[in-house]
Write a protein that binds this ligand. Structure first.
Ligand code: AMP
Ligand code: GLY
Length: 425
């Protein structure tokens, strides 16, 4: 099979790594990819939202299956674009159509969906510019801290946790009347704050049945000890030690199954990944958010643990017979440490030459923000490389990934040396 993978980050490098391992793969194309994805396939310089260009590439190269990595093309309707085009509609796309992508594209939609289907989540109310006064009055009745969320996609920045009533009121006004997050905050979800510890579970579905993929935990803050600004993710581990079978059984029965059944009841077709961000509050799971894609850097820890043929699983999604496929998961633990550019998540410089990649022998390096420039690999993004180690114990995986993170060099390189160590007793 010829496969086209859309995206350019660490998540896509991990996808490419798995796809290239499959005997079912003839040729892999990555649009646009990065310096690392060329180990696994051919990069094609196309933007992830250039649907026409992507469609033309599929016809030219005889693509049999498209896997979409990031949310933006899904929320913008790449799957619908294929279905509405006579020449492209027979090419299966892994990733939901626009209707399903709303689970990530609109917080209000996803909250309504959870409420409709009895899925545990924080209490909430939604307001617009026209109902600002009601929103301000609602805030008065709520306990602190309180969570304000821009309804639409806001590049991961649209969630504010306010600790005083004054701050919450100011932020609500800024979001609704001053368009703090642009169109994304024309609607704001005000949500109860959930206490607990976060983790994520991942589901692959063909819209009929589903497979529960390994759980993972990511580390969002830039600084050690979970301090400083939020980032896209500085590292991850899989599995998550505190997500024991009892907890995962609750997640499956109260959240995963009702989500798949809810999509069916609502008549929303869904073929792809569902990333469920969870809060474990005293042993009970609550949904914080849905994403309609895999996580980054969670994918870099989750995929190395999948022992079954990944392309065969994708085929099951495409053909609607996922229930007949087997999912074999390694008992080992994966730990991922992300190397980022100096200054990230604020301002940073691109174009720093990267050296020492050949020093890494025991971990797998997934490129995230890199570019090939002649003979050199250079930085081209905030998150540059993801270093993943797979070992028998969490401690060994963390130690290996952290040690290997120190073996690569580029000017300004930063990484957290404490990823996952909070999970060791
Ligand atoms: P989201 O974009 O919805 O994932 O939110 C970003 C982050 O905000 C989450 O990963 C949580 O750390 C935090 N967060 C979101 N909603 C809540 C909530 N209801 N209670 C506590 N923390 C939250
Ligand atoms: N690591 C969080 C995300 O992919 O959204």
């Amino acid at each position: 099979m010829n496969i086209l993978l859309i995206g350019s980050g660490g998540r896509e490098s991990a996808f490419a790594y798995k796809i290239a391992q499959s005997p079912l793969t003839t040729q892999l194309f990555i649009a646009p990819g990065n310096a690392g994805t060329t180990q696994y396939g051919k990069n094609v310089a196309l933007k992830v939202t250039d649907f026409e260009g992507i469609g033309a590439l599929c016809l030219k190269e005889g693509i049999d299956l498209v896997l979409v990595g990031p949310e933006e093309p899904l929320v913008k309707g790449i799957h619908d674009y294929f279905l509405n085009n006579e020449k492209l509609k027979s090419i299966p796309v892994i990733g939901p159509q626009q209707a399903g992508a709303q689970l990530e594209g609109s917080k209000d939609f996803s909250k309504q969906f959870m409420q409709r289907h009895g899925i545990p989540t924080a209490a909430y109310a939604t307001f617009t510019k026209d109902s600002l006064d009601e929103g301000l009055a609602y805030l008065e009745t709520q306990s602190l801290p309180i969570v304000l969320k821009a309804d639409g996609l806001a590049a991961g920045k649209g969630v504010l946790i306010c600790t005083t009533l004054e701050e919450a009121k100011e932020e609500l006004k800024a979001m609704l009347t001053d368009a703090k997050f642009g169109e994304a905050s024309s609607r704001v979800v005000i949500e109860q704050f959930l206490k607990g510890i976060e983790l994520s579970v991942f589901v692959l579905t063909d819209g009929i049945s589903y497979k529960l993929l390994p759980s993972a935990k990511d580390y969002k803050r830039i600084g050690e000890g979970d301090t400083g600004l939020n980032t896209g993710g500085m590292g991850s581990v899989s599995p998550v030690p505190f997500a024991d079978q009892t907890f995962l059984d609750k997640v499956e029965s109260r959240i995963v199954r009702p989500t798949i059944e809810g999509l069916k009841e609502d008549g929303i077709p869904y073929k792809g990944f569902i990333f469920i961000g969870l809060m474990n509050t005293a042993g009970e799971p609550y949904v914080i958010e849905y994403n309609v894609r895999m996580g980054d850097p969670e994918t870099e820890s989750v995929l190395p643990r999948i022992e079954s043929d990944f392309v065969d699983l994708l085929l099951g999604v495409a053909q609607g017979n996922l229930a007949d496929k087997t999912l074999q998961i390694s008992q080992k633990t994966a730990a991922t440490v992300m190397l980022v550019s100096g200054g990230y998540p604020g301002h940073y410089e691109n174009g720093m030459p990267i050296s020492g990649l050949e020093n890494i022998k025991e971990s797998t390096v997934f490129h995230a923000g890199t570019v090939q420039d002649g003979d050199e690999v250079k930085t081209a993004g905030g998150r540059v490389l993801a270093v993943t180690a797979l070992k028998d114990t969490l401690f060994d995986a963390l130690q290996q990934a952290t040690a290997d993170a120190g073996r690569v060099f580029f000017k300004g390189k930063a990484f957290r040396r404490d990823i996952g160590f909070d999970l060791i007793d």
